[in-house]
Design a protein around this ligand. Structure first.
Ligand code: 5GP
Ligand code: ZN
Length: 113
C-alpha cells in the first residue's frame, strides 16, 4: 500500500524504533507512548484492520501473539500487560494497517492507558 504509514515503516521509508523483526512481523515503539512500555506489533503484509483478516492469515496472526509474549518478557513486564486492537471507525483506529498495542510498565487504568 503506497500511502500506508506502517507499510512505509516496514520498507524503512519512515524511521522507527524497532524492538523485534522477522520475515513477517515487525514491532516498534509507539511515537506517542501511553504507558512506560508502548509497542506496536504489525504484520509486514498490509492487512487494513482486524476485520480484513482472512483464513490464510490465521498462522501469522497466531504467531503475532507469541511475538508479543516474547517482547513482554524482553521488556520485563512480569506483572502483566495489556494488548489492544482498535478496529475501524467506531473502534478508534487511526492507522489503517493492522496493529496490536502492547502496553505495560505500570498499573493500567480502565481506559486504554
Ligand atoms: P490506532 O489509533 O490506529 O490504534 O493507533 C495508531 C498508533 O500509531 C497511535 O498510538 C500513534 O501514536 C502511533 N503512530 C502514529 N504515527 C506513528 C509513527 O509515525 N511512528 C510510530 N512509531 N507510531 C506512530
Ligand atoms: Zn500498510
Amino acid at each position: 500500500m503506497e500511502d500506508c504509514l506502517f507499510c512505509k515503516i516496514v520498507k524503512g521509508e519512515i524511521p522507527s524504533n524497532k524492538v523485534y523483526e522477522d520475515d513477517e512481523i515487525l514491532a516498534f515503539k509507539d511515537i506517542n507512548p501511553k504507558a512506560p512500555v508502548h509497542i506496536l506489533i504489525i504484520p509486514k503484509k498490509h492487512i487494513s484492520s482486524a476485520n480484513e483478516i482472512e483464513e490464510i492469515d490465521e498462522a501469522l496472526i497466531g504467531r503475532m501473539f507469541t511475538v508479543i509474549k516474547k517482547i513482554a518478557k524482553d521488556m520485563d513486564l512480569k506483572n502483566g500487560y495489556r494488548i489492544i486492537n482498535n478496529c475501524g471507525e467506531d473502534g478508534g483506529q487511526e492507522v489503517k494497517h493492522l496493529h496490536f498495542h502492547l502496553l505495560g510498565g505500570k498499573k493500567l487504568g480502565i481506559s486504554m492507558c
